[in-house]
Design a protein around this ligand. Sequence first.
Ligand SMILES: *[C@@H]1O[C@H](CO)[C@@H](O)[C@H](O)[C@H]1NC(C)=O
Ligand SMILES: [Zn+2]
Length: 522
Amino acid sequence: MADPRHRATLFRYVRGVCLALLCVITSLFAVATVRTFSLDVNAGLHLARWEETKRVGFDVSQRQREEMLENFKEAVRIPTVSHSPTDINTTALLAFGRLLRKAFPTVFASSLVQHEVVADYSHLFWVQGSQPDLVPYMLLAHIDVVPASESDGWDAPPFSAKEIDNFIYGRGTLDDKECVMGILQALEYLLLKGYKPRRGFYIGLGHDEEVSGLNGAVNTVRLLKQRNVQLSFLLDEGLLVIDGVMKGLDGPAALLGVSEKGSATVKLSVTTAPGHSSMPPRESSIGILAAAVKRLEDNPMPIMFGQGPERGTFEHLAHKFILPLRFLASNLWLFAPIVGRLLALKQDTNAFARTTTAVTMFNGGVKVNVLPSVAEAYVNLRIHSAQSLQEVMDLIDSTVGDQRVRVELLDGFDPLPISSYSETSFGFQILKKSILDVFPQVTVAPGICVANTDSRHYKDLAADIYRFAPIWAKAGDAQRIHGINERISKKNYEDMVGFYFTLIQNCDIKKLPESHSGVHEF
Ligand SMILES: *[C@@H]1O[C@H](CO)[C@@H](O)[C@H](O)[C@H]1NC(C)=O
Ligand SMILES: [Zn+2]
């Protein structure tokens, strides 16, 4: 037994350590609690201090309301379907060009607007501003849609634009004809009311976004580069307003996409000697490949939650989460690893926590009694903002860990740069104000797009690219995009037009009002 004096010292030592730990934990808890109830990164710019640029009110007559809905329905009825880069409906795309001219006569006749057709079916508009020293911005949207078939279970034919309970049904009502028509309709009404922008802007309408934009967007970018165009910011489709979609979030939130995940399509293949199934080797090409694929699924990419713009999403929305989520979201400095693990548990939130791995095709064998000489599998990965394509490829190689499996990158790109979303970010704050002008009840937050848009081709033209459309999405609505029963409410479409009407005028300010960070008024 030890000397009692020794024991007393040891006891005092242990007690000291425990007290110190307790102090640390208590103060962490205190800081976390204070943050939970005071943090509001949204406090931001005083809306009242904005230079007034809204000279034209959005008051449409009943006749105009009907006219804009009819224009939109006509757009939905034209089946501008893209199946693949070489299989697009050129007849429909040409018809769409004719519809634009018919629906927006003032836009096409105005001396302020220059219109040109790019790559045969895409459209580029330049709307001249009265103050050439103001750096122009750009609005993007796309004309083409993914295929749709009534037999998949639609409540209305997908190219009918049929109205059911004040919703207009049809492929493209959420992706992306509501933006195409919304932008031009807003411009049509502004010009009709005699509006002359101070800041010039471009409108780009691509015709092959759904099959990668390699004709429409890429050629438009080439033209703009030849003309040395630089943009103050660019707005494309992407994220939307979510209402009752995120569990634990109190009230609607507008998510402005500030980046897109990267992408990689990887082919795995195993080649073995062919032969008769009566004398098989111990391992077949299919077996070797199946084991490699299983290893990839069993060893997902590391959780990187908190290292990309998803951190900004949680921090901006923190004060809108219910307890105890609010406690976690307000204190990512402490809880990011826990939140990341929680998000990774579910299929729909896992995509925000890490690079995702999806095995999409697996082929091998042609005959029941022949050993297949080749087996191949395709894996599609969407890369988290904090990882690079190269890092992902290295991880795949080490996880597969079998020389007999050939790993080939078919195509891929790094995650897109992260656009600014601070109080001094012109594009972000203009968009935020425009969203709040139309939907005062929402909380605006930066977000990350897990899919890709045409805007990724524009990254040399604009440092700040935002992906957002003022679509009001409730639970289940996101599944309608590229799915069945895609639809938009008539009210929502009117709000879309109102949003662009407001945005174009808000962009006329010369600079943002003074930010008041440092003198935070909670
Ligand atoms: C292409 O669009 C036209 C309408 O512009 C339509 O009549 C035709 O059926 C479409 N073609 C295909 C293959 O869907
Ligand atoms: Zn789209």
